[in-house]
Design a protein around this ligand. Structure first.
Ligand code: DI6
Ligand code: FE
Length: 399
């Protein structure tokens, strides 16, 4: 039943890269049971079938811990408007932006949404991703929020990938509730959350705390329902301004606070105290041509764990490459390649509240990425994906 992956360079990611030269991993069923230098392989595994990795790099399968991969349509036209001078906020206030994706998502059936999402999911998988978080938040009514989450669950049944679902009803105020954000929360978002929870569609609850979206008091209303249901929370915070969303998230013991360009030292300290992961999203920063850098050094000094994700969405991050997000986190934000890889493995698992993945260690799920690479810095080094040799997911080697 055991299987050996031998002759590998292993980045266990158990602390720093946790490199093992000339390493082996032993897998039994869907779990890792042993890893170490191959010369120290325990005798009990000596006769197990062995796959030679040809000296290639093994890492934990990557985890994209912040995506909006299920949506209808695209926003290429808006990209063009921004290049002609409009800002993201101008577009949002004029009824474009998120709202144009809401119309396209409402018009799409569950089958349509799945068909549109799967090519994006396949691009992520082709880059060694084994776990993908998918948010709702482009429905903004009970039916469409539920349809998005059902689609997300279907992705997990359609591909060899774990999908973690996040309810993001508090993403934007739909046009029919303009100026009545609290009514929207009472009449649509909160009922949608309760219905989605009853259907087993929600792993975590998120919100967009921003001048163009929801105030801290409104986010707190959503969080209190999440708490009542026993669901963990996370928050889009300090992306375009500082409303002290990260501190609010930390007070609620959030798994993560995400974006954080405008985070201050107090917010970072609050996150350190609550163990809230900072999810760094350079793709949105890049697409919006932002100039305010997230305070990476402050987060590092405060001891806040940092994750990196694509934010894959049609408005501000039309990207599916997690390796490119790692590259941008290094080049634009001065994270180290080691921090970037920890950010798509160990710390990304933490941002999703998952303790069974993100490192290569006995007891962990056998979710591995095998790369045409020899050193883990290569994953963040290239502008775009690093060629993948194979994935192993739950002990199954992809052809
Ligand atoms: N922040 C973002 O960057 C995305 N959502 C959010 O809360 C943008 C979503 C969109 O523009 O479609
Ligand atoms: Fe986002």
């Amino acid at each position: 039943m055991a299987m050996i992956l031998g002759n590998a360079k292993i980045a266990t990611m158990t602390g720093g890269y946790g490199l093992i030269a000339d390493g082996a991993v032993v897998v039994e069923g869907e779990r890792i049971v042993w890893t170490g230098p191959e010369t120290t392989l325990p005798a009990q595994y000596a006769s197990a079938p062995r796959h030679d990795m040809g000296g290639r790099l093994l890492t934990p399968a990557l985890i994209d811990c912040h995506t909006h991969t299920v949506f209808g349509g695209d926003r290429a036209r808006e990209f063009e408007m921004r290049l002609n001078g409009a800002t993201y906020e101008d577009i949002a206030r004029a009824g474009g932006g998120i709202i144009s994706t809401v119309s396209a998502t409402r018009a799409a059936s569950e089958d349509d949404l799945l068909a549109q999402a799967l090519p994006r999911i396949d691009q992520m998988i082709a880059e060694g991703v084994g776990t993908i978080e998918v948010k709702s938040g482009y429905g903004l009514d009970v039916d469409t929020e539920l349809r998005m989450l059902r689609t997300a669950r279907r992705i997990g049944r359609s591909r060899r990938v774990t999908v973690a679902t996040t309810f993001l009803g508090a993403h934007a105020i739909p046009p029919e509730y303009k100026g009545r954000a609290d009514d929207y929360l009472s009449e649509q978002a909160i009922p949608a959350l309760r219905a989605a929870y009853a259907e087993g569609l929600v792993d975590a609850v998120d919100g967009f705390c921003e001048g163009i979206a929801f105030s801290p008091a409104q986010i707190a209303r959503v969080f209190s329902v999440a708490e009542e249901l026993g669901l963990p929370v996370k928050l889009h915070a300090e992306q375009l301004s500082n409303l002290h969303g990260a501190a609010l998230a930390a007070r609620h013991g959030a798994l993560s606070a995400d974006h954080l360009e405008w985070l201050d030292a107090e917010g970072a300290a609050a996150m350190a105290k609550s163990g809230t992961v900072a999810v760094i999203l350079p793709g949105a920063f890049y697409t919006l041509r932002e100039t305010k850098l997230p305070p990476i050094a402050t987060l590092r000094e405060a001891g806040v764990a940092m994750a990196v994700a694509t934010d894959c969405n049609p408005g501000t991050a039309p990207m599916t490459s997690l390796c490119l997000a790692m590259n941008m986190a290094c080049t634009l934000f001065r994270m180290t390649p080691e921090e970037a890889l920890a950010g798509t493995t160990r710390n990304a698992a933490r941002a999703l509240g998952l303790t069974d993945r993100g490192t290569i260690a006995p007891g962990q799920r056998a979710d591995l990425a095998i790369w045409h690479a020899h050193h883990p810095a290569e994953l963040a080094y290239r502008t775009g994906p690093t060629p993948l040799f194979a994935r192993m997911i739950g002990g199954h080697l992809d052809a």
